[in-house]
Design a protein around this ligand. Structure first.
Ligand code: SF4
Length: 473
């Protein structure tokens, strides 16, 4: 069982990130799985957006909607609460992960819940809900196929929308064979899915409570929107007598028009689908004369550090619609994989949101887990300037002395040298022989650990400055 993130967070110091990334890079099966999945997501996303002539205008519109919503978030949340209560739901406010866990486990205890079915929810990963439920004597069963696979493997998700993206079908077949007691083979995908369906169907029928996240909360009607491809959300929200929703406070759309713009881009950016297979809208629990459906609906609104970001230079990160597109284009994520980040949120969005929610000191390496190439900003449906946010976090690390001392010393020296032209020329002349050594492939090079496997270009014999001075350019 995984730890509560806010209690025993895995963290990502420079050494931890480097170690995990090296392990991932050496893992041939992981590299194959990552390259295949992220490559498919990228191609599908590009094709879906190319087929939508108004895609760019829609992205600008959604960004404006998200910015305006955050500018008046308290008002929209209160509208949402009022409308959800009017529809028969109960609304709970959770300041942090501990409060959210306590609210949900208390609901389970009060209602004698023993078995919970869950849909995929990054918010529940963020608060470490599964372990809290287990400690309260409740068995949580993930019902999204990817989430179930990693639950069986005892691992955290490695991608925002595809939690088991790092698993090959052979590994999946092994896990499902162990769990179901059947002899499943990797190439028989229909049999694998049938075995999963059969196994999970029984859990849906036995569950006392269903727990979901929320892709969107629509303020004007107090409704929850869930976006899935497997139909497990329908089972989770209609079969058990109690439905609990855990939703980050930033996931609000004021109106249905705003939600429509959001939905137009979410699946296209995530998987390249015009819409996901299921888009479920839930407004309150079952009515008195409904023959079926949950008798109780509880919506837990999770802050956990989000409101702290409002009106700061990091507010833009709350515009995220969790599509995962930035992960699929990121050269660091595609090599290092999601587990290197030591957080439920990985890739470029994880590198920004994780230190902001869980602590810059504990996740000092993440703002540096980027080449700043800008691919994430270009892919983001709401054009979040992730490179700018990463640079701001790096600046904050310098100001707060978070960097390890060798990095601090190196950066201060570099800043001093770059600010003094003569010193820069002298340094370049002094360093040239050493860069020539470093660029050799020799095992005896003093920089072998850094240069092994790649070639650094040697310094030019004359600088651009000298060439300019001599009238050569
Ligand atoms: S930052 Fe943008 S691209 Fe990345 S998950 Fe959020 S919305 Fe998607």
């Amino acid at each position: 069982m995984l730890p509560h993130p806010d209690q025993t967070t895995t963290g990502a110091s420079f050494a931890q990130f480097r170690r995990r990334a090296f392990v991932a890079i050496e893992d041939v099966r992981l590299q194959t799985a990552l390259e295949g999945a992220t490559g498919r997501f990228r191609q599908h996303r590009e094709a879906a957006l190319a087929a939508l002539p108004e895609a760019d205008a829609l992205r600008d519109h959604l960004k404006a909607v998200r910015a305006a919503t955050l500018a008046d978030l308290a008002h929209h949340l209160e509208t949402f609460e009022r409308q959800a209560i009017a529809a028969g739901a109960r609304v709970h406010w959770a300041r942090d992960a501990a409060e959210a866990r306590a609210i949900i486990t208390n609901l389970a205890r009060q209602n004698g819940v023993k078995l919970v079915t869950k849909t995929k929810s990054m918010a529940t990963e963020e608060i470490g809900l599964n372990q809290a439920l287990a400690e309260a004597g409740v068995t949580p069963v993930e019902t999204d196929l990817g989430e179930w696979i990693i639950q069986l493997a005892g691992e955290p998700p490695s991608h925002i929308i595809a939690p088991a993206v790092h698993k090959t079908r052979h590994q999946v077949a092994q896990l499902l064979s162990r769990e179901t007691g059947q002899d499943l083979i990797a190439d028989d995908i229909p049999r694998l899915t049938a075995a999963a369906r059969e196994h999970l169907r029984a859990r849906f029928l036995q569950a006392d409570m269903g727990i979901t996240g929320a892709n969107i909360g629509v303020a004007e009607t107090g409704s929850i929107v869930l976006v899935t491809n497997e139909g497990n959300a329908e089972m989770t929200t209609s079969l058990p007598p109690i439905h609990v929703v855990l939703m980050g406070i930033e996931k609000i759309a004021p109106t249905w028009d705003d939600a429509a713009a959001w939905l137009s881009l979410l699946a296209r950016s995530a998987t390249g689908q015009p819409l996901s297979v299921y888009t479920t809208i839930l407004t309150g629990p079952a009515r008195a004369d409904d023959p079926e459906g949950p008798r109780q609906m509880h919506i837990v609104l999770l802050d956990n550090g989000r409101s702290r970001l409002l009106n700061t230079l990091y507010e833009e990160v709350l515009q995220c619609i969790r599509c995962g597109a930035c992960l699929n284009v990121c050269p660091v994520y595609r090599e290092a994989g999601g587990h290197a980040y030591g957080s439920p949120y990985s890739g470029p969005i994880g590198a920004v949101i994780t230190p902001l929610l869980f602590g810059l000191e504990q996740y000092a390496a993440l703002p540096h887990a980027s080449t700043l190439c800008g691919a994430c900003r270009d892919a983001c449906p709401v054009r979040i300037d992730l490179p700018r946010l990463l640079l701001s976090l790096r600046e904050e690390e310098v100001a707060r002395n978070v960097l390890p001392w060798p990095d601090r010393a190196a950066e201060r020296s570099a800043a001093f040298i770059l600010a003094h032209t003569r010193l820069l020329h002298a340094t370049r002349t002094l360093l040239r022989p050493f860069t020539n050594i470093a660029t050799t492939e020799s095992d005896f090079s003093p920089l072998h650990a850094l240069t092994a496997g790649r070639k650094l270009p040697s310094l030019a014999s004359r600088s651009f400055h000298q060439m300019w001075h001599n009238g050569e350019v």
